[in-house]
Design a protein around this ligand. Sequence first.
Ligand code: NAD
Length: 257
Amino acid sequence: MTDFAGKTGLIVGVANKRSIAWAIAQATASRGARLALTYQGRFEENVQELSVGLPHPPLVLPCDVCSDDEIAAVFRRVEEEFGGLDFLLHGAAFARREELAAPFVETTREGFRLAMDISAYSLIAMARGAAPLMETRGGGSIVTLTYLGSERVFPNYNVMGVAKAALEANVRYLAADLGPKNIRVNAVSAGPIKTISAMGIGGFSSILGVYRDRAPLRRNVDTTEVGEAAAFLLSDASRGITGDVLMVDAGFHVTGI
Ligand code: NAD
């Protein structure tokens, strides 16, 4: 049921081999999906190099999610190449280091705007581009990546927690909007994993340690585990699920003290 033979997908958010989006690209491509991968400027070389390792050569396209023109260009190329789209993985997020290091009350207007634009609004813009291409396939699945910092306070997560709360609300509103077109929208909430983005969060290693000590599975998760869960949500196996947040965090979210 998680077979992706004949399916096409767009993966946004690969920066390097540690990126969660890369694990999702591998999980879907190894099951037969044909992919388009987008990169943010400075990561072009990494993404080109990684793409060679996929079973079907992917389309590799630039996309800064702050740019409506670049987003439109991506969907034009995807339509030309694939004629439609079955799934979209949104894995872009950003907050300035200053906003993550300073006390939350010092969050600047510009830092708030930027984190929200890249980490939350971009899901709406990408979903709007994907929807017509998914309609030509009779429906589709959109998945984004979130973190428990949307609901609970984690040290130094700050404005990113607020952006993730908005992102999860976006998931619900988009699910309601696009559901009648048989387009599903869900999120995977991953436990902490050492990636480029995570390294911007002060004290990240101690968060990994707390999860190891307290999560029911007494360990951290890795990107392949998040990749498999996301592949499930992107596949027909999850066709009855929309508007949801699937926790892939070794169970940490159920703990009290
Ligand atoms: P990552 O740094 O590998 O990926 C983040 C991606 O966002 C990068 O590919 C980067 O190029 C992209 N990005 C940032 N600004 C962009 C822009 N303007 N336009 C286009 N792309 C842009 O790190 P990751 O941990 O794999 O992050 C992927 C997603 O997973 C993020 O949404 C992150 O918040 C989420 N997440 C990460 C963790 C973790 O602990 N690593 C936990 C839960 C959720």
